[in-house]
Design a protein around this ligand. Sequence first.
Ligand code: ZN
Length: 188
Amino acid sequence: MSEQSFCEKCGVRINADAHFCPSCGYRIPGRNEEEVAKERQFVRDMVLNRAKWAGYLMLIYGIPLIIVGVYYFVASDSIANAIWNDPTAHQQLVDWGLTFDDVTNYLSYWGIGWLASGIAGICSAVLCIKRVHYIPAVILCIVSVIFSITGFLSLIIGLIAFWLVISSRLGFKEYEDKLDEIVEQNIV
Ligand SMILES: [Zn+2]
């Protein structure tokens, strides 16, 4: 591999196994097909895996939201009790003009919101992992992020997942032809 040759275009000394001239960027002819195919496959897999990773992140994001959502909904009474019995929180709630029932209701709405967010997230995750139906996957992801707006952490993770989902478009099966075309054009 230490064998060296010279760039046909600019005359700079280059490694025999280099694909491009490091000085002028000239593509050294004669790369074998196998190598090109391998490189194409690598880029292709990277894009396909991106869609899957978007799905795994949505899964990690959606499952806890469902659990928390169900918990808030089912246990809204006892959580409200705990809050109501905390002297500082109690005073604050009374100042805001809230009753115990209001607190219970808000907690269960909160739970429903998180539950909806989690379910939409899981649905989006499944589509991403299977790499099918890009547009519904994006819409479900948006719905999930909107419903998770009450949780700061869930919102941040949701937005990261959203960015991953929209940027993995070419990894979805319906765009695979387009992906092949782009890979072919760029890796020659
Ligand atoms: Zn050169």
